[in-house]
Unconditional design. Sequence first.
Length: 126
Amino acid sequence: MKRSIIVFVAASLLMACGGSSSKEKTASTKTGDVSQNPDYQNGLALVTKSDCLTCHKIDEKVTGPSYRDIANKYGDMPDTIISHLAGKVISGGTGTWGQVFMTPHPNLSQADAEAMVKYILLLKNK
Ligand code: HEC
């Protein structure tokens, strides 16, 4: 009896540790539902932590263009566009969508900025 309890506890501990990675695997193999894509989830978490959403909304132009508009503009371009846009998020800029300036984000790493851009580009209308 005691032994089976120990086995049970050990098994559930193992499951608790392995849980998140196995979840990610099923998410990436699941196509169609973009919110299950790890790139979407990572990027969204970073965007939510930063100040992006004060100027950008998904479907509505605020200070900056909506993320949907950005995705529709760049979503079909080759992957090199991701590092280009990430660079613009880091250094800031203006002139593509109007005369309003995006503030620079010098504390963002290129990798995090690229993760944010990947999330944004996944919002493209199919
Ligand atoms: C102060 C407001 C503001 C903040 C904060 C902001 N943006 Fe922007 N963003 C803008 C504006 C304005 C533009 C349009 C710039 C232009 O016309 O070139 C823009 C454009 C963009 C573009 C498209 C660039 C292009 O060349 O088409 C991306 C991608 C983007 N923002 C991502 C982000 C991300 C990610 C964050 C958070 C780290 C962020 N923005 C924070 C205002 C902002």
